[in-house]
Design a binder for this molecule. Structure first.
Ligand code: BDP
Length: 709
């Protein structure tokens, strides 16, 4: 060995040795929550042979991989063993007669039993292979989170049938509203080259129960439906299939014209109907378990049935008929609002869809965003939830943080999702929560859906930041169980992703749980909404006005003036409240009963209006902005103190991002105060610092290269 080589070897050895001591070797986040680092208190196990189907093979491989990492000791002859399988595939499992009937096609049971030879055996059983895989991930999670696995009796089944990611990925590799690099899908090299990363994508999704993926942007190109692109999608479907993940495609409504040589896309035209039938047949030929189509129609300039004087029902049912013989579905988005329509944009989705309740085919799911505007930091639940009992209604959440600071703000979205799911629609009296609409219980619906707009790209850490992985994670876990606790999910994630040490977990989870409210505070407190920069949606832009349409401006939503601020959606204003059940409408309408978090969403109030705290509205606003900034300060301090528990690479990245967030939170506060003060004309409350710059300075900032457009 040359002298340099010896030195390098020595350094490497030293480096490894010291990393081993601190238990914190360099990591870049690629492994997500599936790191499988040695855990405490677990034992090595042997795995009994099981049937050799593709899914059981990956289940077994995952278990081996997990156990090898988590419990590196070599199994001995008397190590307890694990049995995997289904009653139909494994006589050993069948002989146990475990209660599996109520667990459906994806549920599982994990039970520890005596093996008859003085030892124990843990059985992971399900009705189908994919249930077994989900059970394996649950079992590994127990070890990863430091829970005992000696005596288990666990059963779990998903409450929502379709748990989908929606990728807003374009064929040129860009991702609309994506902040994590380029699209994972290398369309150009597919189908011949399948990036090994696709397997890790599938593993990660399966580990949280996600069972479908819409590969392309809702602002779709018809090319995705041509033969070469169907072959590419089929290649991805082949990779994902063993992991229980079905492929879906966004369909451009005008495809019959663009790729079918027709003069029209009128859904009642026989040639158009024949085009879609043939197209569906062609896709199912290549992808027998294809999930179906997602459609954005007559929304933000996308083509749709209304272009031909037809309705959403005509369009959706026509596509539904094309995929029905193959068992497919159509997810038809309710995110519609029209330029020509002078009415409050918040009302338009409901107005367009509610009259069609009961008219959509059984294999149509109307996919509704969580709120009536557009994924804002806070929105009241969408009034369509609870209002269409004879229609399958699916939830669309945004995981990518278009309106919540992109990838660099630490904002855990669990509480946002939970707030919506727990909201009471009162559709059938008290307790008619959005969660019950989504999982089908409220109206006895079986075709159920939760979709999340993905935050995944080619960044090594997948999501653009370490903590944004938690948003992917919590989405999957909530889609499995919309009533799960997002605090517990945060704790699981933090333990699996970083450390099980309670000195890490408690402060990290506390920090995560308050982070969304902090973002609301420094961006849009007290029910304000849509105050971001124009088009890229980066940073504050409360002054945004003019341009092609009023409802793309900030001033339309805040309605700030000398007389006050806020959008009157009560009976004296747009009366959007009337779209909710009477009990809900009454609560939102009445200043005495409305939760102040929604105040300016529903009310236009004078600057001197008294909040419940006794502060004036103006003072309260300023104090909320500052509180948000202070929370980020606190996160920076907390994170600095967590260095002993986190590898240096990820610790440094999170720290650097928190510094960005701190500056941007201050920017949001200062710019918003500088702007709104020109209307309130009031001084800042005592002790509040004036904005660092003039309003002109903030208005003059421009970001032509902001990501995600
Ligand atoms: C908005 C996004 C836009 C999407 C649209 C949608 O700004 O890029 O196309 O939603 O959901 O939030 O269709």
């Amino acid at each position: 060995m040359r002298p340099f080589g010896i030195l390098r070897g020595l350094l490497l050895a030293l480096g490894l040795a010291s990393a081993a001591v601190s238990g914190a070797r360099a990591e870049d986040g690629y492994d997500l929550w599936l790191r499988y680092r040695p855990a405490q208190g677990s034992v090595a196990r042997t795995i009994a042979p099981s049937a050799d189907t593709p899914t059981l093979k990956v289940a077994r491989a995952e278990l081996e991989r997990g156990l090898a990492g988590l419990t590196p000791a070599t199994p001995t002859a008397d190590s307890p063993s694990i049995l995997l399988g289904t009653p139909s595939g494994s006589p050993a499992v069948a002989a146990l007669n475990l209660p599996l009937k109520d667990l459906g096609p994806e549920g599982y049971r994990i039970r520890t039993l005596p093996d008859g030879k003085g030892n124990k055996i843990t059985v992971i059983a399900a009705n189908t292979d994919i249930g077994v895989l989900y059970g394996v991930f649950h079992y590994l999670r127990l070890i990863q989170t430091g829970q005992g696995v000696d005596m288990l009796d666990i059963a779990s089944a998903p409450k929502v049938k379709r748990r989908l990611l929606n990728h807003w990925d374009n064929l040129d590799g860009t991702v609309e509203r994506g902040y994590a690099g380029s699209s994972l899908w290398d369309w150009w090299k597919l189908p011949d080259y399948k990036d090994p990363r696709y397997v890790d994508y599938a593993r990660a999704n399966a580990s949280i129960g996600i069972n479908g993926t819409v590969l392309n942007n809702v602002n779709a190109k018809a090319d995705s439906l041509t033969a070469p692109y169907i072959a590419k999608a089929a290649a991805l479907a082949d990779v994902f299939r063993p992991y229980g993940i079905k492929v879906y495609l966004s369909a451009r409504f005008s495809a019959p014209i663009e790729i079918g040589g027709l003069k029209t896309a009128d859904p009642l035209d026989p040639a158009v109907r024949a085009f879609w039938k043939a197209k569906a047949d062609e896709i199912y030929q290549a992808i027998p378990d294809f999930g179906g189509f997602l459609v954005k129609a007559n929304s933000e300039g996308q083509p749709g049935p209304q272009d031909y004087g037809r309705t959403h029902v005509d369009g959706a049912n026509m596509l539904a008929d094309a995929v029905a013989p193959h068992g497919g579905v159509v997810m038809w988005r309710a995110f519609v609002y029209s330029h020509e329509q002078p009415d409050d944009r918040a009302k338009q989705g409901y107005n367009e869809f509610k009259p069609f309740d009961g008219q959509f085919r059984d294999n149509v799911i109307v996919q509704v965003k969580n709120g009536a505007i557009d994924f804002q930091p806070r929105e009241p639940f969408h009034p369509l939830f609870g209002a269409m009992p004879r229609t399958n209604l699916g939830m669309e959440f945004q995981i990518t943080k278009e309106y919540l600071g992109f990838a660099t703000h630490l904002v855990y979205l669990g509480p946002l999702y939970e707030e919506t799911l727990k909201a009471d629609t009162w559709a059938k009296g008290q307790g008619s929560t959005v969660a019950k609409v989504i999982d089908g219980r409220l109206d006895g619906r079986r075709e159920t859906l939760m979709a999340g707009v993905a935050n995944i790209g080619t960044d090594r850490n997948w999501s653009g930041s370490q903590f944004d992985q938690a948003n992917w994670y919590v989405f999957g876990r909530l889609a499995w169980d919309p009533e799960a606790s997002t605090r517990e999910i945060a704790a699981d994630w933090a333990k699996m992703t970083f450390s099980t040490d309670p000195r890490f977990v408690a402060p990290a989870v506390a920090m995560m749980m308050g982070s969304r409210e902090a973002a609301v505070d420094y961006m849009t407190p007290l029910g304000l909404h849509h105050q971001m920069g124009r088009s890229h949606h980066y940073g504050p832009g409360p002054w945004v006005s003019g341009g092609p349409r009023a409802d793309w401006t900030s001033v339309y939503y805040a309605k700030a003036g000398k007389d006050g601020i806020g959008f009157d959606r009560t009976a004296t204003g747009s009366n959007a409240v009337a779209q909710y059940a009477p009990a809900v409408a009454a609560r939102f309408s009445d200043l005495k009963t409305i939760d102040e978090r929604d105040l300016l969403w529903f009310h236009h109030l004078p600057w001197t209006y008294r909040l419940k705290s006794g502060q004036t509205l103006w003072d309260g606003l300023v104090i909320h902005y500052s509180r948000g900034v202070a929370y980020v300060d606190g996160m920076e301090r907390t994170w600095a103190g967590l260095a002993p528990y986190v590898d240096p690479e990820r610790h440094a990245q999170v720290g650097a991002f928190l510094a960005i967030q701190r500056n941007e939170a201050q920017w949001w506060r200062d710019a918003s105060i500088a702007y709104f003060q020109t209307f309130s004309g009031l001084p800042l409350p005592a002790g509040e610092k004036p904005p660092a710059h003039s309003l002109e300075y903030y208005e003059g900032l421009s970001f032509p290269w902001a990501p995600g457009i």
